[in-house]
Design a binder for this molecule. Structure first.
Ligand code: AMP
Length: 299
């Protein structure tokens, strides 16, 4: 089964203490789509400008990502720039140039509207609503978000939560949204806002799922060297959704395996700038790391 992914498609300029890389392929939807493509067919929805390099279109194509929903508009592609501190966890945004993203309205080609799995990757909640309005009875809808939307579009986000099956956010966003420092009570409050499945991402410490059958603590694959963590969260949720779309049986049966696979794809993402490492990945390398991660966490 296929997964529909909508979000930002961007050019990222990233600075770390060791190196600087301008205009890499980035954006929440790009990271999520490439991650999902290792498991299932992907329908991408996004917008780029006429400056978007051809080699990035070819990268999507090499991963068999359907691009019918990728709009190309006159103007500049969304450009985001961030800088990491020495610990590679703290990041500050240096620049956000919206370009064609400013007037973006996601329009779904007819063939996309019946996709059973929908990932609303990080994008304004009003646009996430607009995508759902066009879908025909999806089986499993998950959204990701960021602190910006909690600050400037909270009402839209709260309305969106009532339309979701799953919600993914990081720990600081969970604390901000629920006003609760304890993750377990924050999870309970998040369920009360709508979604049956809530996943709180804990960066290099993995993630925690709360669902109808209780909790699951998903480990992160330990890395000696992190080159660039940009897009790790998107890779995690993209990999998870791709795995779920391909798996036999229901979401409840597969979501823990899906999270482990997402976690592994995210670990590869951190080993290169932008999508450079993820784009060279294959399924066998993912499965090898999945086995290692399981062996490391088995009791
Ligand atoms: P993450 O590292 O998971 O927080 O995701 C980083 C990605 O988010 C980068 O590739 C950026 O292009 C993208 N991004 C940054 N700001 C925004 C924004 N306001 N809306 C959508 N995507 C964004």
């Amino acid at each position: 089964m296929s997964v529909l992914i909508v979000g930002s498609t961007a050019l990222d300029s990233i600075k770390t203490p060791k190196a600087e890389n301008p205009r890499l392929l980035g954006g929440s939807a790009s990271h999520a789509a490439v991650a999902a493509s290792f498991f299932s067919p992907v329908n991408l929805v996004g917008v780029v400008g006429d400056d978007f390099p051809k080699r990035y279109v070819q990268l999507y194509q090499r991963h068999h990502i359907h691009l019918e929903g990728l709009q190309v508009r006159p103007g500049k592609t969304f450009h985001w720039s961030g800088e990491y501190e020495t610990n590679m966890n703290n990041r500050r945004t240096l620049l956000t140039e919206l370009g064609v993203f400013e007037t973006f309205t996601p329009e779904l080609p007819a063939a996309y509207r019946t996709a059973p799995f929908v990932l609303l990757a990080n994008i304004a909640p009003a646009l996430q609503h607009h995508v759902l309005d066009q879908m025909r009875r999806p089986k499993f809808v998950v959204a990701d978000t960021m602190d910006l939307w909690l600050n400037i579009a909270l009402d839209d986000l709260l309305r969106l939560l009532r339309r979701l099956d799953g919600f993914v956010l990081n720990d600081s966003e969970a604390r901000q949204l629920t006003n609760d420092d304890n993750l377990l009570s924050a999870l309970k409050k998040l369920h009360q806002l709508g979604p049956k499945y809530v996943i709180i991402k804990l960066g290099s410490h993995g993630s925690i799922l709360s669902g109808p059958k209780g909790f699951f603590l998903c480990p992160a694959y330990p890395l000696r060297t992190v080159v660039d963590p940009t897009g790790a969260g998107d890779s995690f949720v993209g990999g998870m959704m791709g795995f779920l779309a391909a798996a036999k049986g229901g979401v409840e049966k597969n979501i823990r395996q899906a999270m482990i696979h997402g976690s592994v794809v995210a670990s590869f993402c951190c080993e290169g700038f932008g999508l450079q490492r993820t784009a060279k990945l294959n399924r066998a390398q993912i499965e090898k790391r999945v086995r290692e991660l399981k062996a490391m966490t088995r009791v």
